[in-house]
Design a protein around this ligand. Structure first.
Ligand code: GDP
Ligand code: MG
Length: 235
C-alpha cells in the first residue's frame, strides 16, 4: 500500500550525474485470508425401522474408530434405534474388552466376528476393525476379509485431524481398496483453526461425522448438522 510518493528532480545542471527518480514510502499489504477449504459433507447414516444398516469403520491405528463407534452407538440408542456392535479388532490387546465395556455402559449388544454370518435383529450394526495399512500383510488381508463378510452398506474411513495434510492424503490413497465412500474426522478439539483448515482441504472423501472429544457419550456430529457448523469453516 503506497503511503507517500514524490517525484525527485535534481537541478538541470546536476542531472548528468543524478537523473532523479520517484521516492515512494509503501507498507506491505496484509495477506488476504486463505479461501475456505473445499470439503464436501456426506449425509449422516440413514436408518429405517425393521431393516439392518451395516456400517464398517476403517482407518489407521489410533485414529478414533472405536471411540467414534461408541459415540454413534449412544446417539442411535438414544434415538430409539436397535444398535448392535461387532468387535472386529482381534489384533490390539484389549480392543474387544474396550468395545465390550462401551457396549455394557450403553446397553448395546457386542458380538464376535462370527455374528456377521448370523441374521441379527439390529437396525444398525457398527463394525469395529483394527488399524490397518497395506504394508501390514496379514492384518490387511484380514480386514479385507472381514469387510467382505460384513457386506457393509457404508464404509467410513476414520482420520485424525492431528495428522498432517500429506499423511491424510496418503491414508486416503493407501486405504482406497477398502472401499470407504466417506470419512470421519476426529480430534477436532486438539487442533487450531489453521490445522483444521489444512486437514479439510486434504480430504478427497466427503465428510460424514466429526468428533471433538474422547468422551463417550457425546461430542460427535454429522457434518451436515447444526452442531458441526461450530467446528467447520463454512464455504
Ligand atoms: N481429544 C480427542 N481424543 C479422541 C477423539 N477420538 C478418539 N480419541 C482418543 O484417541 C485415542 C484412540 O482412540 P481409539 O478410538 O481407541 O482409536 P482406534 O485405534 O482408531 O480405535 C483414545 O485415547 C481416544 O480416547 C477425539 O475426537 N478427541
Ligand atoms: Mg480401536
Amino acid at each position: 500500500m503506497v503511503l507517500y510518493a514524490r517525484e525527485r528532480r535534481p537541478p538541470r545542471w546536476w542531472r548528468w550525474l543524478d537523473p532523479g527518480g520517484v521516492e515512494v514510502i509503501a507498507m506491505p499489504r496484509a495477506a488476504p485470508p486463505p479461501p475456505p477449504p473445499r470439503w464436501r459433507a456426506a449425509a449422516a447414516i440413514r436408518l429405517a425401522r425393521g431393516r439392518c444398516r451395516r456400517v464398517a469403520f476403517v482407518g489407521p491405528t489410533g485414529a478414533g474408530k472405536t471411540t467414534t463407534i461408541a459415540k454413534l452407538a449412544c446417539e442411535f440408542r438414544m434415538r430409539g434405534w436397535d444398535v448392535h456392535l461387532v468387535a472386529g479388532d482381534t489384533w490390539r490387546v484389549g480392543a474387544s474388552r474396550q468395545l465390550a465395556e462401551y457396549g455394557k455402559a450403553l446397553g448395546v449388544p457386542v458380538h464376535p466376528l462370527s455374528a456377521l454370518e448370523r441374521d441379527l435383529r439390529a437396525e444398525v450394526l457398527l463394525v469395529d476393525l483394527p488399524g490397518v495399512h497395506p504394508s501390514m500383510g496379514e492384518r490387511w488381508e484380514e480386514v479385507r476379509n472381514v469387510l467382505s463378510r460384513t457386506r457393509a452398506h457404508e464404509v467410513h474411513l476414520v482420520l485424525s485431524a492431528t495428522a498432517s495434510a500429506a499423511v491424510l492424503r496418503r491414508a486416503q490413497e493407501d486405504l482406497q481398496e477398502l472401499g470407504a465412500t466417506r470419512c470421519v474426522l476426529t480430534h477436532l478439539d486438539e487442533v487450531d483453526a489453521a490445522t483444521l483448515h489444512e486437514a479439510l482441504a486434504a480430504l478427497h472423501l466427503p465428510l460424514s461425522y466429526l468428533t471433538y472429544s474422547p468422551e463417550v457419550p457425546g461430542d460427535v456430529a454429522s457434518a451436515r448438522s447444526q452442531a458441526a457448523r461450530r467446528w467447520l469453516p463454512q464455504g
